[in-house]
Ligand binder design. Structure first.
Ligand SMILES: Cc1cc2nc3c(=O)[nH]c(=O)nc-3n(C[C@H](O)[C@H](O)[C@H](O)COP(=O)(O)O)c2cc1C
Length: 192
């Protein structure tokens, strides 16, 4: 048993259409007693889109978590060395960030947070949402399914007719997927 609340780095990347679902999970995790430390990719922190303004998203994370979001590589770097996290969630996780993680590319606050957190062999949970999951991103998902200390929120095809290569995680499974990962297990079934 941990003596402190479970410290979760909650990383958001630019799947803007799923931000509502992500914030609902952030609220849920705070209500479950997690200490949530928000981390935004550069694009998540800076792009205004038809799904909302960047400042609004940063404020929302600030209000829900009570912490200032981490938005730079230099602020994400200490997570591992300073033992600031017990588990890390990327929710939502874009195809772009999946590809970088699969190749160990570390050029955003989120990929830096993952690298820093993994240093001490702690669990990382990915909550994917990408239209090319069964095309260009498939090999990256495969590589990450095979990566030590890396787990997935169970996912499904969201619209096989109109978006045949698209996969999206079942965001409602985030708390269970974290719980399983904290025990070193992948929540099953991973394909829902
Ligand atoms: C409105 C909007 C919605 C997007 N939705 C998604 C998405 O659901 N999944 C995805 O992989 N990329 C999506 N993208 C593209 C990413 O934002 C883009 O690849 C970006 O470079 C991701 O950077 P990041 O992974 O560092 O956040 C979207 C872009 C825009 C403008």
């Amino acid at each position: 048993m941990m003596k402190h609340p479970i410290r979760l780095a909650f990383c958001l990347t630019g799947s803007f259409c799923t931000f509502e679902k992500a914030f609902a999970q952030m609220e849920k995790l705070v209500s479950l007693g997690y200490e949530v430390l928000p981390v935004f990719s550069y694009h998540a922190a800076s792009l205004d889109t038809r799904f909302g303004k960047a400042d609004g998203h940063l404020n929302r994370a600030r209000q829900i978590s009570g912490h200032e979001p981490i938005c730079t590589i230099q602020d994400a770097e200490p997570l591992g060395p300073k033992d600031m996290t017990d588990i890390l969630l990327v929710c939502p996780c874009t195809g772009n960030t999946l590809s970088k993680l699969a190749l160990s590319i570390t050029d955003t606050p989120v990929t830096m947070a993952v690298k820093s957190h993994l240093r001490a062999e702690k669990p990382v949970v990915l909550c994917p949402a990408t239209n090319d999951a069964l095309r260009g991103s498939a090999k990256n998902i495969g590589a990450l399914l095979n990566l030590k200390n890396c787990y997935f929120v169970p996912f499904r095809q969201d619209d096989p007719k109109k978006k045949p290569a698209s996969l999206v995680a079942d965001f409602d499974c985030v708390p269970q997927a974290l719980e399983a990962a904290l025990h070193g297990s992948q929540l099953q079934p991973v394909l829902v």
